[in-house]
Design a protein around this ligand. Structure first.
Ligand SMILES: [Zn+2]
Length: 316
């Protein structure tokens, strides 16, 4: 009798574990299915599951640990630019393959595949718009397009946008993310560094404001040119910012580099960036900086004083 009860007890315990395992695996499967469907997002840093809608509402910043997930250029524009004020520039510019470059694939095939996959023509979106009512010229790089690499189209679009900004007396903001110059375009991609820098110098000569925002990752030729030429340089938390990669430097120096090497925080400590701004505060920070640097109208008493001194000089 006791044995029977014991075995019944054991059996029910087995059932309980079996059921639990079964329901556990079902909920795990369901969880995985929902992640695959894009309903939930699993944070790559803290592994916490967030409802994708909530994550988007928080500008793709993890609500648990503050990890800044990558955002595409369209989403960035939505986050920063006032509704219905965005006017894209030079959307017709298309990359070509002047060197007929081939690695494992033809560069022209690579371009066509990525264009079809993500619906962008190249790695940057440029345009004019308003940020909390203030006009700006904005360039947003997109890491999905060949690692945000800078080829002729990226260079030309940014240069034309900066030239428009200089003419209209608009401030320029560029959201940077890039693996560097596009090797498939060889020297043509490297000369974009000089071209964009020259356009920025003319913008600067006109006493206009330029703010690059360095996001994860900003490296290579982009860091070596327009990303570091800002009047005020902002970065997103924990962004990797550097020229050559960590591995290359470690192999050259034969030294282990510190954990925080090439992070936004380390660059701030050494004066390479001016501030680290969480994405959720970026629009307001940019607005404040731009508003502070609006051209000041000469106060009336100064005009009177200048007129008086001119008259007295003429009288002499
Ligand atoms: Zn997280």
């Amino acid at each position: 009798m006791a044995n029977n009860e014991e075995s019944r007890g054991l059996k029910s315990l087995f059932d309980w574990f079996a059921n639990r395992r079964k329901s556990g695996s079902t909920s795990l499967e369901r969880q995985e299915r929902e992640i695959a469907d894009g309903l939930w997002h699993k944070c790559s840093k803290c592994s916490v599951l967030t409802y994708t809608k909530d994550l988007k509402a928080n500008q793709m910043v993890c609500v648990e640990c503050g990890h800044h997930n990558r955002v595409d250029s369209d989403e960035r524009i939505r986050q920063l630019i006032d509704h219905n004020t965005w006017k894209p520039l030079d959307e017709h510019l298309r990359p070509t393959d002047p060197l007929e470059f081939r690695d494992r694939k033809l560069y022209s095939d690579r371009l066509r595949e990525i264009q079809e996959k993500i619906g962008l023509i190249d790695a940057v979106n440029t345009g004019l718009g308003q940020i909390n009512g203030l006009p700006i010229a904005l360039g947003v790089m997109d890491f999905r397009f060949m690692g945000g690499s800078m080829g002729s189209v990226v260079g030309e679009k940014l240069t034309r946008m900066i030239e428009q900004a200089t003419q209209r007396r608009y401030p320029v903001v560029i959201i940077c993310t890039s693996g560097g110059a596009r090797m498939q375009e060889g020297m043509l991609s490297l000369m974009q560094m000089a071209k964009i820098s020259a356009a920025l110098q003319r913008h600067k000569d006109a006493r206009l404001l330029y703010i690059p925002v360095l996001t994860n990752p900003t490296t290579g030729g982009v860091t070596a040119s327009f990303a570091m030429l800002g009047d005020i340089i902002l970065a997103e938390p924990k962004a990797t910012i550097g020229f050559a990669g960590r591995r290359v430097i470690e192999q050259t120096l034969r030294e282990k580099l510190p954990e925080n090497f090439q992070t936004a925080e380390d660059l701030l400590l050494h004066g390479f960036v001016d501030d680290i701004v969480p994405r959720t505060q970026l629009k307001n920070t940019l607005t404040q900086l731009i508003a502070l640097h609006q051209p000041v109208l000469t106060p009336p008493h100064m005009v009177l004083w200048e007129t008086m001194s001119l008259t007295s000089t003429a009288a002499e």
